[in-house]
Design a protein around this ligand. Structure first.
Ligand SMILES: C[S@@+](CC[C@H](N)C(=O)[O-])C[C@H]1O[C@@H](n2cnc3c(N)ncnc32)[C@H](O)[C@@H]1O
Length: 192
């Protein structure tokens, strides 16, 4: 299983955001939708061995942990608007500590970064990290930030986690996921 988690520092935690303004009043929901695409989509299909958590920290009721599971998700299209519509539907559900499913493979619960990291197994994807190609084995779970750096408070939760870089340039979060997926695909196929 490949697990990704992306912190959306401004991303809404209610279902009132407009699908027509994902980069603006929807708190950069466009970035998170592109990350979902990079984590779960392949040409004409879904990566059934992948899942992605979106840690939403914007108003009105942060934090929320929205999970999209490639193994069971249905009707996920690669375009940002339809992904945002699925996210919006999930955010209409009342949340508690346990996940609730809004549609197959799309679940939501109250919860933030600390709880997720406590599950174990995470590495931080970071432009300042160690070259992924120097790791004989890569972990199975990867944490990224959106367009903003991790806050000082978030960084306090992360010490001790491996920090992995996918290359020498600072990339958009979804591009970093794509490059990492490619590395994992190559290893799985015995190409390297
Ligand atoms: C646009 S970057 C975040 C902002 C960035 N710190 C900056 O200075 O502009 C989004 C996220 O993508 C991931 N990322 C970007 N470049 C990366 C790289 N070369 N290796 C690993 N992860 C990377 C990190 O998780 C980062 O937080």
């Amino acid at each position: 299983m490949r697990t990704f988690a992306v912190v959306g520092h401004l991303a809404p935690t209610g279902n009132g955001f407009p699908l027509d303004d994902l980069p603006g009043s929807a708190g950069r929901m466009d970035i998170l939708c592109r990350c979902v695409n990079a984590a779960l989509s392949i040409s004409h299909g879904i990566r059934r061995d992948a899942e992605i958590h979106l840690i939403l920290l914007g108003p009105p009721s942060p934090p929320k942990d929205l999970l999209l599971q490639g193994s069971v998700v249905r009707s996920l299209s690669p375009d940002e608007r339809s992904t945002a519509a699925l996210i919006r539907k999930a955010l209409a559900l009342p949340t508690g500590e346990s996940f609730r499913e809004s549609s197959p493979g799309i679940l939501v619960r109250r919860g933030g970064l600390a709880g997720l990291i406590a599950d174990g197994g995470y590495a931080v994807l970071s432009e300042d990290g160690r070259d992924m190609r120097t790791f004989p084995d890569l972990p199975g779970a990867f944490l990224l930030s959106d367009h903003l750096d991790f806050t000082a408070e978030e960084e306090e939760i992360l010490p001790g986690l491996p920090r992995i870089s996918v290359g020498p340039r600072v990339l958009h979060a979804d591009h970093a996921i794509t490059v990492l997926q490619n590395e994992l695909d190559r290893r799985e196929a015995g190409w390297s």
